[in-house]
Design a protein around this ligand. Sequence first.
Ligand SMILES: C[S@@+](CC[C@H](N)C(=O)[O-])C[C@H]1O[C@@H](n2cnc3c(N)ncnc32)[C@H](O)[C@@H]1O
Length: 297
Amino acid sequence: MSLLCSGAIRQSATRKWASRTFIRCTSSYSDRDQKTTSFGFKTIPAHEKESMVKNVFDSVASNYDLMNDAMSLGVHRLWKDEFVSSLKPGRRGPMRCIDVAGGTGDIALRLLDFAREKYADRETSVEVVDINAQMLKEGHRRFKQTMYHNTPQVSFHEANAQELPVEKFIDNSYDLYTIAFGIRNCTSIPDVLKEAYRVLKPGATFACLEFNKVTNPLLGPIYDQYSFSVIPLLGTLLTGDRASYQYLVESIRKFPSQPEFAQMIRDAGFVTGKDIDGAAWNNLWGGVACIHTGVKV
Ligand SMILES: C[S@@+](CC[C@H](N)C(=O)[O-])C[C@H]1O[C@@H](n2cnc3c(N)ncnc32)[C@H](O)[C@@H]1O
């Protein structure tokens, strides 16, 4: 059975589950003008990307956390820790956070833990938003084992980052918007940024953790070799799914460079630091991953 076909069947089963468990949000926004976009190294009609990305994450959802550890040798945990600690959730009192493309809730859990452990804050809340019901299902299952389950501190919402429904995700309502390893999967990055700007309060922070361009010339070739040989092979061995992991590494290479992405953040209206490492962005591991931040004015 093809990846697309098996994904479609799983989606319908997941939808039934999802409608009982978390909130599905639809939007009345109209479509964008974009005609084509990248899906990994392929150019495809823009309107097809969303369902193709959905199929990828349907396919990887049940193994997502395991594969993340295997592919990054656990390093994604360090990057996520660094991302969250750099944002210091709870330092200035309870925050209302939205974690978009939040998947299985890795960032949400860290935000809540950080606020509680560092600042004894049990009021900061995170709304986890993802387009994929299967990923949210994994996240929900995981949160059941935490103290945050069935509290107002966490909730799960199925919605598209590019068109958050305005009636649910109200203008100027969040103190922090996070998106980790998600924005490169979206068809229109400017639309995601526009929505982030809309929902954040003035003075609030947009923060993105994403794979980026390796700036270290020694690390670059090793990283390429690892990404294109080892990751698809691990995907095949651990999950029997090479195509999804091939897409994941290709999509990383198609993502804009650090200065290009910083400019897109400014184009959406945010203020960033200067276009250097340590200001508009912070490279992790020589740019393998990178944290970009912007402030809504
Ligand atoms: C690589 S996972 C990252 C999950 C999580 N943030 C983490 O760091 O572990 C990317 C996530 O982006 C979600 N995604 C892709 N396109 C999206 C969109 N347009 N709107 C919302 N979520 C999207 C996928 O469903 C997937 O859960």
